[in-house]
Every structure is written in structure tokens, then in C-alpha cells.
Design a protein. Structure first.
Length: 249
């Protein structure tokens, strides 16, 4: 994934310049931002905060005048450019930076063409756009001075069901599942899933905090410092007794 060539297309009308630097650090986790474009009417004062950021991050501003009040010409320009880039055939994926649901069909079309789609937007982003992406990152978690919105964890039961379902799907006969496989399955079922949404830096930290999961680390090879993390359902004391009885029988 690190070698993926990505096009970063920013809807400047629906994205915050204040998080742009952190945004590109995050994007670097997924690939190389080969194309960097931001769309908007740069003659308007509301985009003034973006202008120094464009220079700092080598983002190309794409001018799009608002021909008609109430109509978002910026969206159309971004979509047209995305399709041109898609047919150019030199990109592995797209990063769409916006909280606007108007890009839902674009994300779907890019995925249909075999490209990976990463979405970046605020927590107010409509669910259809989030679901249309392979991975969606809420930009609030990128702010170093801001605590993630813990309301995302208000339905703890949903998180538990999601994690346990992934563990069960990835588990070997002994019940242990690779944490990497679990993470991959969870993101496939919920593109916006990220341990940072729940106040944890990594998925490993999140699963270790859940009393319904058991975690272990295993050296990746003899004498190696690097370790692979595995996770499984934590058995109740009653379950252990039944299992021991079955073995004894």
C-alpha cells in the first residue's frame, strides 16, 4: 500500500485548511500523493485560509467560478477531473477530501474501476459517502490538540458485535485470529472504523482494553524483536470448565 500512487482531490468548500498538514501525513500511510489538487472559487474570501497551505503542501488550486447561486460547480469540476485521471490509467487510488455526500457516486464508480478510494471528512459526513469508500477517516482525529468525539462509542454493543464477528471470521481452529486480519475485516464492514475514533492510538490498544477479548503477542520468527499480535474471544470461567470436562471425558 505504501507504494500506491494516489490522487488527492480536495473540495476546499467542505474541508478545513487547519488540518491539511496532518491530512497529508495520514495519506502518506496509504501511498504517495502524486496528484494534489484543491477545488473552489479562489476569488472568494472564505477560502483565504487555504492559500498559504496550498504553497506549503504544493497543492494545485483549481479555480471554479460559481456561475449560479445555490449550485455547486466545484463538485462537478472535481468529478470531471477524477474521471479524467481514472482514464489516464497511472493511479492506484484516490483520496477524496470532503464532507459532502455528492461524491458518493464518484467513490462508487472509482471502486468499480478497481481503484482504492480513501475518504476524508468530518464526523457530520453522510453515511452513504462513508460507505462508498474503501476506507474513511474522520478528520477530527487528525487534530493533535483535539480529543476524538466519544459519542462514536456510545453504542458499545455495536463495537463489540463488530469486533467479535471479525475475530470469529478470522479465527483458526484454536480460536486465535491475527489482529491484522481482524482489522482488515472490520474496515471492510465499516469503512470509517479507526481505533483513534474511540480514543486509542492503535487497534492493538483498543482490543487490549476490551474485557471480552484476549490478546497475545508472538515473535514473528525465532529471536526476532518484531511480534505478531493475535486476539480471540475471552472465555468465561463456565466455558473453561465445560471445555476441561469435555477433554477429560
Amino acid at each position: 500500500m505504501e507504494g500506491q500512487k494516489l490522487a488527492v482531490l480536495i473540495d476546499a468548500d467542505n474541508a478545513q485548511a487547519s488540518v491539511a498538514h496532518e491530512l497529508f501525513v495520514e495519506i502518506a500511510r496509504y501511498g504517495i500523493a502524486t496528484v494534489r489538487r484543491a477545488y473552489g472559487d479562489w476569488t472568494t474570501p472564505n477560502l483565504a485560509s487555504w492559500k498559504p497551505t496550498l504553497l506549503d503542501l504544493a497543492i494545485q488550486p483549481i479555480q471554479q467560478f460559481r456561475y449560479t447561486s445555490g449550485k455547486n460547480a466545484t463538485d462537478s469540476a472535481l468529478i470531471i477531473d477524477a474521471m479524467d485521471l481514472l482514464h489516464g490509467g497511472n493511479l492506484d487510488g484516490f483520496c477524496i477530501v470532503s464532507s459532502d455526500s455528492d461524491f458518493t457516486r464518484l467513490a462508487t464508480r472509482l471502486r468499480e474501476a478497481g481503484r482504492t478510494v480513501y475518504g476524508f471528512g468530518e464526523q457530520k459526513t453522510p453515511k452513504p459517502f462513508v460507505a462508498a469508500c474503501d476506507k474513511f477517516v474522520y478528520t477530527e482525529i487528525l487534530r493533535p490538540d483535539q480529543t476524538p468525539d466519544t459519542t462514536l462509542d456510545k453504542d458499545a454493543g455495536s463495537l463489540k458485535s463488530m469486533l467479535l464477528a471479525a475475530v470469529d471470521s478470522a479465527a483458526r481452529e484454536d480460536g486465535w485470529a491475527s489482529l491484522a486480519a481482524v482489522g482488515s475485516l472490520v474496515v471492510k464492514s465499516e469503512p470509517s472504523f479507526d481505533a483513534r475514533n474511540y480514543g486509542y492510538r492503535k487497534l492493538g490498544d483498543l482490543v487490549k482494553a476490551k474485557n471480552y477479548l484476549e490478546v497475545k503477542s508472538v515473535p514473528m520468527s525465532e529471536g526476532a524483536l518484531a511480534q505478531a499480535i493475535y486476539v480471540r474471544r475471552r472465555e468465561s470461567s463456565e466455558g473453561r470448565v465445560k471445555q476441561a470436562t469435555t477433554r477429560a471425558g
